[in-house]
Design a protein around this ligand. Sequence first.
Ligand code: MG
Length: 272
Amino acid sequence: MIVLKTERELAVMEENAHILRDILVELSFRAQAGVTTGELERLAERRIREAGAKSAFKGYTDELHRRPFPSVLCASVNEEVVHGIPSDERVLREGDVLSLDLGFVRKGFYADAAITVGIGEVSEEAERMMAVARDALKRAVGFATIGRRLSDISHAIESTVREAGYYVVKEYTGHGIGRELHEDPRVLNFGPPGKGPVLRAGLVICIEPMVKGDDEPLVVRDDGWTAVTRSGSIAVHYEEMVAVTPEGPRVLTGWIWEEFCRRRTLSACEVR
Ligand code: MG
């Protein structure tokens, strides 16, 4: 069942989404060579607490994952696609590709978003894959308008990624979000256009392309959570919360990557 949100509920969700964006941007800055993903976990935990929020991920289980997720943050490095478990043993190195996925509940509403960043200089291939995933997300958001069909979004993601020579992850999907972390509808990252429910004002969805270099099923490690590519290809993941409104798509999280770049430029200016 799809639950549409009122303008007042959207305002709360947007407030939450901005808090989440700011935490993800801060984590992205903190993620440098020599830093462990365990340190990022502790920073994320502190920021969630300071916001008066509660983690959406820590202790989470579902029918696929019977072991509770042990952390507030998913930190997935290189061939890890999603659900990487932060650890003091995992030291980030120059050239790594790091995906950060974070979620919390505050004032009765969930927020959930993700960003992928390079650690220092990364390969041209990694830069390109990240750019393609961001482009897929941007194009998909453009279809989050009243009267479109849900799978127009899915198709925009898959076609953008495939035209660039990459593949989408099929095992995990985007989703509705609100008083639950995962609400209807599921937002696939693939499929033909023109299918599924007609989009209406008040729908809020997480659109989250996950992109990789092979077309094989993912493998889940023995920890029960960390999903990795079968070939060892790197993978990238971006996720924004998007509301369908009469004025068009409203990105509640406010484009996390752009915010990261904006602040990076500002801090570069400040150094000079
Ligand atoms: Mg999500």
